[in-house]
Write a protein of this length. Structure first.
Length: 457
């Protein structure tokens, strides 16, 4: 290594060993102070310094089971050696990065691998870095193919944070970013509302998740997705399925649309594709649609981005698919999901604060109900999440339904970890049942005290 390389490597090690007070101060000054403050107020602030597999380790040396798994983007656990080895192999081969002006081996191999896995005729991929970007790419494809303006999406559907993705995200808080362009948000599961929108024949695409993840782990009513696909064909609109959180084994099959016997016109992938190491996303579509949108010498580069499948990202994705395939992790997610579902149901049965437990494979939600004393379900959910953290389990509520706790471990989770989760949940709920209000009042007092302490000069 050159002197400079030795120095930069040492620099990274130094930063990683920085005292957490400095990390908090820099985050507050230069990234997002309110975020740090909110973690602190909730009692959720931890300094995670290392991670291997499902285990996270904090600065005090305490270990936690990661049942959030980067919202699904750490499918093989942290720092999976097979993904790291693939990325290192690409670095050691001194491949050119972001050359853009030539066909490249790793994106080509990854696109071919995805084509072989994806259902139906989905065989053309376009790579990007984030789920939001891939959703935007899919929406653009739909406009280019149909030359229609409108998008139809579901309330509480989450598709991302870029302008296109926000436009189809069913979150009323995003109102401050309007206008988005023509869109219709319909209730999840309501086929009639979708048909009413499609009948106007100005709809470029309907976009849905096969299971609403951030919306509260909402499963589709039987036959819903198949019917939407049929209606899209009937009215000349594209059907986009956003498998950013559900794809690549999470729910017990390679893609969740397979459960429903549906092949969309466009499928969106991200999160798990990264192997938890290098961000990468994709939309995957049929050759005829791709040709219609971009199939001329003038238009073939009309949708482009610099990071459209960098070699390290593609190496991580190829390795991730290989590991999921070799270890049969999709089938395993199905089997473990049955165990998890049974455990969650048994631990919560008859509990006055649990309204429902639902999920598929290794994506589950525990929906909490408002207490008899009127304590908001979202507050109870946060109380539960913090108590689980105290018991060494990391999880969080879903973004658009904050009364639902998600259970989303890496696909490599062991049966014993699932038992640990269920036991911890049972224990926390037992305290909850007897001391709900007292605990919540206690939490409220603690929050107020912390606020006052922070405010006092
Ligand atoms: N679609 C779905 C279904 C998602 O869950 C997410 C992220 N939670 C996104 C899109 C956006 O992905 P990203 O955060 O990588 O932009």
């Amino acid at each position: 290594m050159t002197d400079l390389a030795t120095r930069t490597a040492a620099l990274i090690r130094e930063h990683l060993a920085a005292p957490h007070e400095r990390v908090h101060a820099q985050t507050s000054a230069h990234l997002n102070g309110k975020f740090v403050e909110s973690l602190h107020l909730l009692g959720y602030l931890r300094d995670f310094v290392s991670a291997q597999g499902i285990e996270l380790v904090d600065a005090r040396g305490r270990t936690y089971l990661d049942f959030l798994a980067g919202y699904g983007s750490v499918p093989l656990g942290h720092n999976h050696p097979a993904v790291a080895a693939a990325v290192k192999a690409a670095i050691d081969a001194a491949v050119p990065h972001f050359i853009l002006m030539a066909p490249e081996a790793l994106p080509a191999a990854l696109a071919a691998r995805i084509a072989a896995l994806a259902p139906g005729e989905l065989s053309m991929s376009f790579f990007m870095s984030s789920g939001s970007e891939a959703v935007d790419g899919a929406l653009k494809l739909a406009r280019a193919v149909t030359r229609r303006p409108r998008f139809v999406a579901a309330q509480r559907g989450y598709h991302g944070s870029t302008f296109g993705a926000m436009a189809v995200t069913g979150d009323p808080r995003l109102e401050i970013f309007e206008p988005f362009g023509p869109r219709t948000l319909v209730p999840w599961g309501d086929v009639g509302a979708i048909e009413a929108a499609l009948k106007k024949r100005d709809v470029a695409a309907v976009i849905l998740e096969p299971i609403q993840a951030e919306g509260g782990v909402n499963l589709p009513p039987p036959g819903y997705l198949r019917e939407v696909a049929r209606l899209c064909t009937k009215y000349g609109s594209l059907f986009i399925l956003d498998e950013v959180q559900t794809g690549l084994g999470r729910t017990g099959t390679w893609f969740t649309c397979e459960h429903e016997g549906v092949v969309p016109d466009v499928m969106v992938l991200a999160k798990a594709l990264s192997g938890g190491l290098v961000p990468i996303s994709a939309y995957v579509t049929r050759p005829d649609l791709w040709r219609k949108a971009y199939g001329t010498l003038q238009s073939c580069e009309l949708h482009c981005t610099t990071y459209r499948g960098g070699p390290l990202a593609c190496a991580a994705a190829l390795a991730t698919i290989e590991v999921i395939d070799t270890l049969g992790l999709a089938t395993r997610a199905h089997t473990l999901g049955e165990q998890l579902g049974r455990g969650l149901r048994a631990a919560t049965a008859g509990h006055p604060l649990v309204r429902e437990v639902r999920g598929r494979g290794l994506l589950w939600g525990i929906e909490l109900a408002t207490s008899k004393d009127g304590v908001a379900a979202s507050l109870i959910a946060q109380w539960l999440v913090v108590n689980l953290l105290e018991k060494g389990i990391v999880t969080q509520v879903t973004t658009l339904s904050q009364n639902v706790i998600r259970v989303e471990p890496p696909l490599t989770v062991e049966p014993a970890h699932l038992d640990q989760f269920v036991t911890a949940l049972r224990e926390v709920l037992a305290t909850q049942a007897t001391g709900t209000l007292a605990s919540l009042v206690g939490l409220g007092k603690q929050l107020i005290k912390q606020r006052l302490d922070a405010w006092r000069p």
